[in-house]
Design a protein. Structure first.
Length: 178
């Protein structure tokens, strides 16, 4: 098998299987360029989450989902960046090790984004929760900013993440052991 047929938000997509190591393949879920999928997943996820003030997501695969959830809900969204940009004043940061990225990364928020999160009900939104490392980094950023996390959400929960009771997701994504 070189593809996995994912059914999510009333749609079906063929996901290519990619080797993570000698013993494990993962299905590559990429929302980029799939507007129909992004719109439907945002719509279905918004039905499952509690009331919130602002959405926080991580650069880069979470951006289309965060944007669309913000558009549909009329709420603001903030992107935790992977590098400091020239316009970012007094950034705060946390390190993250993601299953889909080879090296450790750092996520950053500038002082304006920190102000937007302070005292607010924050919805964390991402494409896939797997090991939870990216999610943990976003949680740490919200805490540093003084926000209140009301929900941690994703389109898909991969592997053991599907057993967590502290996240909201649309579908399970299996792991493929060789």
């Amino acid at each position: 098998m070189d593809h996995y047929a994912l059914k999510v938000a009333g749609l079906t997509r063929e996901l290519p299987l990619c080797p993570l190591n000698d013993k494990l393949d993962i299905a590559a879920f990429i929302m980029f360029s799939d507007v129909e999928l992004t719109v439907k997943c945002a719509e279905e996820l918004l039905k499952k989450v509690p009331e919130f003030d602002v959405i926080l997501t991580a650069e880069s695969k979470g951006i289309p989902l965060g944007y669309e959830m913000a558009r549909q809900s009329g709420k603001k969204y903030i992107v935790a960046r992977k590098s400091v940009k020239l316009y970012m004043k007094n950034p705060v940061s946390v390190e993250v090790k993601s299953i889909t990225t080879e090296n450790k990364q750092t996520l950053f928020l500038d002082e304006d984004s920190v102000s937007e999160l302070k005292g607010k009900k924050v919805l964390i939104a991402d494409d896939v929760i797997s090991t939870g490392e990216s999610l943990n980094a976003l949680v740490a950023l919200v805490k540093k900013a003084g926000g209140e996390i009301v929900c941690q959400s994703a389109v898909l929960a991969e592997g053991d993440a599907a057993d967590r009771d502290d996240i909201v997701y649309l579908e399970k994504l299996p792991l493929f052991f060789k």
